[in-house]
Design a protein around this ligand. Structure first.
Ligand code: 6R9
Length: 670
């Protein structure tokens, strides 16, 4: 591998914050970066002090790589901070959750009601034998009760492990056993594109595969005839599963009669708050561990500064709670701030492709936080959908999950934000717990496609293969411009404390590549002005004639072409060059594949970034293989392009997509 990663794509547009935004921003003083860098521990301590603690800490941070402890000796409860302190005070009647379901019904839950609901559920957990130190597997749709479950666990000191409701019985069984869970909480079903996802039936299957530690399955009636369907429609038919007396318990038969009195368990700052499984590129999923004090501090601080969160805001994060973004920016971060969160259960194109915009219009959302994959789908569908909705309530837009291509950024800024709303592109991971690299909307001049700078108190470095690079701690801190490996060089409060039951794998995966630094697995480039540009996973970076080229940059050059909505680029084995660039593209609505288009696209890439990056072949397709959280699985595209049997497809949103793609690809070749 050559010493650094080549970076080729240039992007010079810049968007400074407006004077009106600066005037009202939660933070607008650029000095905070230097202050935080001078004493990061004092900086984080000032945030921890904004939480409510039962007992203070005696030491801010103890760090012996890879093991970190924050706010050592302190005692607190996450739910107390997210619920009780608001319910017991001025926010008692303030909406905590506004929820909308796919069929169109919605519900609003105030902080006062949330406290009662969570307390009753927490008492029901106790009645089912769950207590401090236990673990609970959660397999639910995006309903308010999912937040209740997370918060009820935290209230009594049990840890939750949320498994995305689209995962298979095998995935649920594997995760439930790895975490040794006592209880599974589920629902009869959940909504998706007018159909019902049979959750309870899948839990039954997982139980049949064998989950010996589970003694009960708690089931919310959500879509059944007596469910919450208030639009008068009959629920479609679905598989209800098989009821097992003694094991299965209906939520409505145990929760409502519980007392609303359930004290919050004082937890040590370093006690387990939750486990969340992420699929490694190979091998079994990793149970990423987060503890209480540091995680709450990190998510609280970033919610307040990155989203400029205010009491009046309606915060709409479209992520499912099966993903870390749902943990940190639907539940813990915004609720620690006493914010109102908007939750949606369902698909963005049901009943029509304007659904998200209708929800924003109806509930007057002020902040929208979504993923590039969704933005590119909206671009593909066309502007007529957002254009027919009133989204004047929006004041800030966020992006997370993948690098956002500059053209998608511009589209988001203009078509959704009407040029008024700052766009924050936020880089982070399940492992980092909270946002690490981002613009601060009242300070940073943003550049489309750049996540800009580390959050104050975070130290990032762009390392060469040999582990050299200087620390970037804010704007204006420039190092050697160019590409390399993204590492975090100082501990931060919300960092993962490890992989559940596997310290050796933790050390090997993140802490062995470079000494005393956390290696995130991503490539990044630093530009002359000290801005960071994420380049995707280093495993995806191509080696073409001795040059490391980022797949992301070639993809962005393709998406820059007016006919392309989405692109995925891979390196395909090539006798002479090592790897040849191979691209898969999806066209925008209204554009057809025509003879000459492929050559035009190749020429466009060569023109944008140079002949070196000219793709050898381009395949026009209808869909790309993606994970449940919308990340393109390039590994499977390499299997397709190189004619191999497909590798593990269990984490795909829809395994049929890649099977079909493989057929079409092979028939086009012959
Ligand atoms: C929050 C989340 C983490 C990986 C990460 C990186 C990619 C996330 C990004 C981004 C470029 C951004 N990623 N945000 N890449 N720009 N703004 O996504 O967590 O599911 O654990 O994924 O996602 O490759 O390493 P997770």
């Amino acid at each position: 591998m050559s010493e650094t990663i080549q970076t080729l794509l240039q992007e010079n547009r810049s968007f400074p914050p407006s004077p009106e935004f600066i005037a009202q921003a939660n933070v607008s003083d650029p000095e905070i970066y230097a202050k935080a860098a001078a004493d990061p521990e004092a900086f984080w301590e000032s945030w921890a002090k904004q939480l409510d603690w039962f007992e203070p800490w005696h030491t801010v941070c103890e760090f012996t790589p890879p093991d970190a402890k924050w706010f050592v000796g302190g005692k607190l409860n996450a739910t107390y901070n997210c619920v009780d302190r608001h319910a017991n005070g001025a926010r008692k009647d303030k909406p905590a959750i506004i929820w909308e379901a796919e069929p169109g019904n919605s519900r609003t839950i105030t902080y006062g009601e949330l406290k009662d609901e969570v307390s009753r559920l927490a008492n029901a957990f106790k009645a089912l034998g769950v207590g401090k130190g236990d673990r609970v597997s959660v397999y639910m749709p995006m309903v308010p009760e999912l937040a209740y479950v997370m918060l009820a666990c935290a209230r009594i000191g049990a840890a939750h492990s949320v498994v995305f409701g689209g995962f298979s019985a095998e995935s649920l069984e594997e995760r439930t056993n790895d975490a040794d869970c006592k209880l599974i909480v589920t629902a009869d079903g959940g909504w998706r594109r007018g159909h019902i996802v049979p959750l309870k039936a899948t839990v039954d299957e997982a139980m049949d595969l064998g989950c010996p530690s589970v003694s009960h399955v708690l089931v919310l009636k959500h879509v059944g005839p007596e469910g919450t369907l208030t639009n008068g429609l009959a629920a479609p038919k679905y598989n209800e599963g098989v009821w097992q007396e003694g094991r299965d318990v209906w939520w409505h038969e145990i929760v409502p009669q519980q007392s609303t009195d359930c004290p919050c368990e004082p937890m040590d700052s370093e006690d387990l708050l939750f486990i969340l499984y992420t699929s490694g590129s190979t091998g079994k999923p990793k149970g990423i561990v987060h503890t209480t004090g540091g995680y709450m501090t990190g998510t609280y601080a970033t919610s307040k500064w990155v989203f400029d969160l205010k009491d009046e805001d309606i915060h709409f994060c479209t992520a499912d709670c099966g993903w870390v973004t749902g943990h940190s920016y639907v539940v813990y971060g915004p609720m620690a701030n006493g914010a109102t969160v908007l939750m949606y259960e369902g698909a963005p194109d049901t009943p029509d492709k304007d659904r998200l915009w209708r929800i924003i219009e109806k509930h007057k959302a002020t902040i929208l936080y979504t993923a590039p994959t969704a933005i590119r789908a909206f671009m593909k569908w066309g502007t007529q959908y957002p254009d027919r909705c009133d989204m004047s309530s929006l004041r800030l837009l966020g992006s997370v999950g993948e690098p956002i291509n500059p053209e998608a950024w511009i589209w988001y800024h203009e078509t959704i934000g009407k040029g008024r709303c700052p766009v924050v592109d936020t880089w982070w991971q399940t492992e980092t717990g909270a946002i690490m690299i981002t613009a601060l909307p009242g300070i940073t001049a943003t550049k489309p496609g750049s996540a800009t700078q580390p959050f104050p108190g975070i130290s990032v470095s762009v390392y060469s293969e040999s582990g050299v690079g200087n620390q970037i701690t804010g704007p204006g801190v420039t190092g050697k411009a160019g590409g390399g490996f993204l590492v975090l060089t100082k501990p931060w409060p919300s960092m993962t404390r490890g992989i559940f039951n596997d310290p050796a794998r933790f050390q090997r995966t993140y802490w062995s590549r470079f000494e005393n630094a956390y290696f995130a697995g991503d490539g990044v480039k630093l530009d002359e002005e000290g801005y960071l540009w994420l380049l995707g996973r280093v495993d995806d970076i191509m080696l073409v004639s001795g040059h490391n080229i980022s797949t992301m940059e070639v993809e962005s050059a393709l998406v820059d072409h007016p006919s392309v909505a989405e692109a995925a680029v891979i390196g395909k084995t090539h006798d002479l060059k090592g790897q040849a660039i191979s691209a898969f593209v999806i066209l925008r609505g209204g554009h057809e594949n025509h003879p000459g288009l492929v050559d035009e696209l190749k020429g466009h890439v060569a023109h944008k970034i140079g002949a070196l990056a000219r793709p050898d072949d381009i395949f026009v397709c209808a869909e790309l293989p993606k994970t449940r959280s919308g990340k393109i699985m390039r590994r499977l595209l390499r299997d397709v392009a190189e004619g191999r049997a497909l590798g593990d497809t269990t984490t795909l949103a829809d395994p049929a997509v890649v099977a079909l793609l493989k057929d079409k690809y092979e028939s086009s070749e012959s």
